[in-house]
Write a protein that binds this ligand. Structure first.
Ligand code: SAH
Length: 339
């Protein structure tokens, strides 16, 4: 609930407005039970705990990488498992959170889709991943990326509510400019989101310059093809005045040729865009290999010649299986690979 909704909710129970402010503030500081809310009377705490439940993310596994990256496997109140990754950059802490338990999108290179879809996360469950990491490491997180398990735009209403809550001044107060949302390309929702004119960064998982390749790796492309997706991106950029960030996982021999780079740069021409190249992580057993450094450099130089800015994303947490969906699959009895 937003602060306003909580005020209404509690005023129905006969409580003054400032009580709602206290409860809100406790919740957004990561309180795990109503018992902790010591500036509230015992009776009221009891009433709250009888009527409401606090969403929690309990760490059931934590791995710390040599580079400082922390990967959490969190268990939710109903026992479902999700993953979050905490990264320490020079400018502060950044967390990558999940928006669904599993995913319906089934991209061929992604581990999350391989274990299917269970359910959407609630806004409170998205917030609790940030709070749990902050409390565990005794830090303040300044940036949030919605790039963990799940497709944020397939859980649109809850994600919007999460964005409102996480940026609220009475809550965690993380501004939209410190938030990135990554999507595989749910075109209808990109149009809707554009109308909201939020100042967050939209990342689009493109991963291919044409339908022939994208149809093979990303089933969502059969619903909305590259042209429709890029049209929506242009609209988004125009409406919001924000540059779009395109993610492109380089897979050796699949999407990393000179021709692919040329095609990509010509398709992005005229759009305020930045391409993030990610050497693919072979996590699904599809036999994908990373493009080598020489190929990455050549790909970038072709993009730049075509007027497109591009960088290779720094890889963090490779030694702790930090990519999407890997840890959960292992925990559930698999070996982290398909089959
Ligand atoms: N569903 C959203 C966000 C979650 S995935 C989306 O599709 O954007 C976060 C990013 O990791 C996406 O760009 C996704 O395509 C990428 N990704 C998933 N598996 C990967 C892998 N094995 N190697 C490299 N990137 C991967």
């Amino acid at each position: 609930m937003t602060l306003k909704e909580l005020q209404e909710e509690l005023s129905c129970a006969g409580l003054p407005r400032f009580r709602a402010g206290q409860v809100f503030s406790w919740l957004h500081r990561g309180a795990e039970s109503f018992e902790e809310m010591t500036d509230i009377s015992k009776d009221l705490r009891l009433m709250l705990s009888e009527r409401y439940e606090i969403a929690r993310a309990r760490a059931v596994q934590k791995r710390v990488s040599k580079d400082g990256t922390v990967k959490y496997l969190f268990q939710l109140n109903d026992g479902e498992l999700i993953e979050s990754v905490l990264m320490n950059y020079r400018h502060g802490y950044s967390i990558c959170i999940s928006t669904q338990v599993g995913c319906k999108m089934n991209c061929s290179f992604c581990a999350t889709g391989k274990s299917g879809f269970s359910r959407d996360l609630l806004p409170s469950e998205m917030l609790s991943q940030i709070q749990a990491a902050q409390l565990d490491e005794d830090i303040r997180i300044s940036n949030v990326v919605l790039m963990g398990m799940g497709e944020p735009l397939d859980n649109y209403e809850n994600v919007l509510r999460f964005l409102e809550l996480v940026s609220s001044p009475e809550g965690m107060n993380i501004g939209m400019r410190h938030i990135s949302l990554s999507t595989c390309g749910i075109v209808d929702r990109i149009y809707e989101l554009a109308e909201k004119k939020l100042q967050l960064t939209l990342s689009v998982s493109l991963h291919a310059p044409n339908d022939e390749i994208r149809n093979r790796t990303m089933p969502v492309n059969k619903r909305w093809n590259v042209e429709e997706l890029l049209k929506a991106c242009r609209f988004y950029a125009k409406k919001t005045g924000r540059r779009i960030s395109f993610e492109y996982a380089m897979i050796s021999g699949v999407n990393d040729s000179d021709r692919c780079a040329m095609e990509l740069s010509s398709r992005l021409r005229g759009m305020p865009a930045h391409v993030n190249l990610i050497p693919v992580n072979d996590v699904t057993g599809a036999g994908y290999r990373k493009s080598d450094i020489a190929r990455q450099k050549r790909f970038i130089s072709i993009l730049e010649r075509g007027g497109c800015t591009a960088t290779v994303r720094r890889t963090l947490g490779a030694d702790i299986e930090a990519s999407c969906g890997q840890l959960r699959r292992k925990h559930k009895g698999g070996n982290g690979y398909e089959g």
